[in-house]
Design a protein around this ligand. Structure first.
Ligand code: DGJ
Length: 701
């Protein structure tokens, strides 16, 4: 093998080595792991003996087309329309740059150039992979499958897959599966990542409890799939990509299709380490905006629903401000015709009946309380009776001759159309320039059902899913450039659209409409495996559990919500003075530690299945914050000769001393690592926020 046949990309702590296969014209994985993992014979090497399959089927291939990899799953299915499908390509060149690699393969018969692209994300352990497909012939090409990339993980008896699954109100459930043989697939055809699965997967060798972890996240806000296949030769191969709405995409001569990026992450420290790799990556995506403090928000949705009027909102705003809330957000129901969910969407003008002294007067009244002002909007949605739909019936997706079904009594605008994008941009510009708005909650509550675009272009020539995603990203990009001061929250009926393209253009996302304490804890536990605390909006509400109605204290609700970006969504009109005082205390404590929570390194301590669990945040300032929660019985240890529960922090310096800033108790680092922090839970004490400040190490004599 010549030195040019092998390329290594280095992230902060890992390396990813690709080589040209000795068996045929394709690239394959040589090594992926900690720095130096590539120094030795490849763990993916195999016997080169095949029976009934071809070497391409058995190879740890980075990307292979149907035609070349006939039996075990191709990453690309392309052909000339009406002719046989199948690509047979030759390797035609490699281009290496600092932290980048491009490998090109060409099929002259059908006229296709395929470039596998790699780029290291600076300051992280994440590598981006994507593929560029160019039609080089004179005939167009039909692409049925065009994955972003494939990833190979060597395993012994099988793989442990960890993924995040659920449904509306139950998103991000941390789920595990042992894959020894066969195929596991997940995805969405809902035009968004969806509530059912997050476009995120972790893969580990089943042989160990918490083996080094490989992570994948597909950066796409539309239809997608991630598929893992356990192969007979002791490897799992994962493919990921977008899924075209009409089943295929046509590529015109000269045109290039660029797939979404597949973010690939590795941690030698198992799932917990992998979560920190993703957190750091998301801090990188947030960039400079990470340093704007995420303000404590009040959102009125759970308190008033559609029943929005100036007087009621101001009453809530006053209470919120008194507690130390910094931002007041009016949710759904502020615009004309919006008495319930049957009408109003599309006509984005404040309802004069709800704001009799004018909307701006109301906004100024809120601001006079010392808070920023925020507004909810669902720009892709339109209600059947709206003026917008009457004026532009073709702006909503529909199929000629077919009735349009309603989901949540509404239709979806075809945001792939430029005129629709321009309308949305103009609407947002108008609202954000005419009124003093600092925060926008962008919601989306219905997937496309009859997804067609009436007009001269045949459906097979419309890549509607991609067009919608590009429209969505164009509008979000515009918000960033034209209204950089506006904080943007991403929401899709809860956590239906959480992906890296969204996270790169928003400041926070709303993981779920389920704000009930124990339910929320499980949602956040899953969410934090994939996403960083600074993007996780979380509210303290009055909601009883939807899936777990066991009561929990106000403290529990606050400590849970403080694990991300704290908000309040409760009906404050019903809160007693005692509750308000307690809330004010929690808000003040949160403000004191939010930098540690949002910028620090987070560790999940146990899981909500344990009677005591928590999250630890280590700040650069030497402070460690531990959010500790009792999910167990509330008739605690003090009644019987029991001992306090213990929660073990990790990663502390065993030689340092740590002082609890509230109780004043000091602990040796070794003690904390060995025994953990003590918590004497009782019926009315089920959560605690511990702030430890580190003191210079006390070295043994
Ligand atoms: C769904 C969101 O997830 C909720 O937070 C709320 O904004 C409603 N939509 C409003 O209709």
């Amino acid at each position: 093998m010549t030195p040019y046949d092998r390329w290594t990309l280095r992230t902060e702590n890992t390396s990813y080595t690709v080589r040209l296969s000795p068996d045929g014209p394709w690239a394959e994985l040589d090594a992926w792991g900690p720095h130096g993992a590539e120094d030795g014979p490849s763990a993916l090497d195999w016997s080169h003996r095949t029976h009934f399959i071809t070497p391409a089927d058995a190879a740890p291939a980075e990307y292979l087309p149907h035609g070349q990899r006939p039996f075990t799953g191709a990453d690309l299915i392309a052909g000339r329309p009406g002719r046989e499908r199948g690509v047979r390509w030759e390797f035609t060149g490699a281009q290496e740059g600092p932290g980048t690699l491009r490998l090109t393969f060409t099929d002259d018969l059908i006229g296709l150039r395929t470039t596998l692209c790699y780029a290291v994300v600076p300051g992280t352990d994440v590598l981006h992979r994507w593929t560029e497909l160019t039609c080089t012939g004179t005939e167009e090409l039909r692409l049925e499958r065009f994955d972003s990339g494939a990833v190979n993980v060597p395993v012994t008896s099988g793989a442990r897959l960890t993924y995040l699954t659920g449904q509306w109100s139950q998103e991000f459930q941390h789920t595990r599966l042992a894959l020894t043989r066969g195929t596991f697939t997940m995805g969405s055809t809902q035009g968004t990542p969806g509530h059912a699965y997050a476009p995120w997967l972790a893969v580990q060798d089943l042989a160990a409890d918490d083996a080094p972890a490989y992570g994948l996240a597909l950066e796409w806000a539309g239809n997608w799939h991630i598929t893992a296949e356990a192969e007979p030769g002791g490897a799992v191969r994962i493919r990921a990509g977008r899924v075209p709405h009409e089943g295929a995409v046509l590529l015109a001569p000269g045109a290039t299709l660029t797939t979404p990026r597949l973010a690939c992450a590795f941690s030698a420290d198992g799932l917990d380490g992998l979560s920190r790799v993703w957190h750091r990556y998301e801090r990188h995506l947030t960039g400079e905006r990470l340093h704007r403090p995420r303000k404590v928000l009040y959102n009125s949705w759970e308190a008033t629903g559609f029943d929005v009027d100036a007087a009621g909102q101001l009453e809530l705003a006053k209470s919120a401000a008194d507690m130390g809330v910094e931002l007041f957000v009016v949710d759904d129901g502020w615009f004309t015709g919006r008495a319930d969910d049957t009408a109003g969407l599309g006509d984005w003008y404040p309802d004069p009946a709800a704001f009799p002294d004018g909307f701006d007067r109301f906004v100024e009244d809120v601001r006079a309380l010392g808070m920023d002002f925020g507004l909810w909007i669902e720009p892709e949605a339109v209600s059947p009776g709206s003026r917008l739909l009457a004026e532009h019936p073709d702006w909503a997706y529909r199929i000629d001759g077919r009735p349009s079904r309603l989901v949540r009594n509404q239709l979806l605008l075809d945001l792939g159309r430029e005129d629709v994008q321009d309308f949305v941009l103009a609407t947002l510009d108008r609202l954000l320039t005419e009124h003093r708005i600092d925060y926008l909650k962008w919601d989306m509550n219905r997937p496309p059902t009859e997804r067609g675009r009436p007009g001269p272009v045949p459906a097979e020539r419309l890549d509607l899913d991609a067009a919608h995603v590009h429209g969505y990203l164009r509008v979000l990009d515009h918000l960033r450039t034209a209204h950089p001061h506006v904080t943007v929250e991403g929401c899709a009926g809860g956590g239906g659209r959480v992906d890296h393209t969204t996270l790169a253009r928003t400041d926070v996302v709303w993981p779920s409409d389920n704000t009930a304490p124990l339910d929320r804890l499980a949602i956040q536990y899953g969410f934090l495996h994939a996403h960083a605390p600074h993007v996780m909006s979380s509210w303290v509400t009055d909601a009883p559990g939807i899936f777990d109605p066991r009561p929990r204290s106000l403290a529990f609700r606050f400590v849970t919500a403080m694990c991300g970006v704290l908000g309040i969504g409760a009906d404050l009109r019903t809160w007693s003075p005692r509750q308000r005082t307690e809330a004010a205390g929690w808000i003040a404590r949160y403000k004191d530690v939010r930098d540690v929570i949002h910028h620090g390194e987070a560790r999940l301590l146990g899981s909500p299945d344990d009677a005591t669990c928590g999250v630890q945040y280590d700040g650069a300032d030497g402070r460690t914050v531990v959010a500790a929660l009792n999910t167990g019985r509330l008739d605690g240890a003090p009644l019987v000769p029991g001992r306090p529960a213990r929660l073990r922090p990790r990663g502390l310096d065993p030689d340092a001393r740590y002082r609890d800033e509230v109780s004043g108790t000091t602990y040796g680092g070794a003690h904390l690592l060995h025994y953990g922090l003590p918590f004497a839970w009782s019926a009315d004490h089920d959560a605690e926020l511990v702030v430890l400040s580190r003191h210079p190490a006390r070295r043994p004599a």
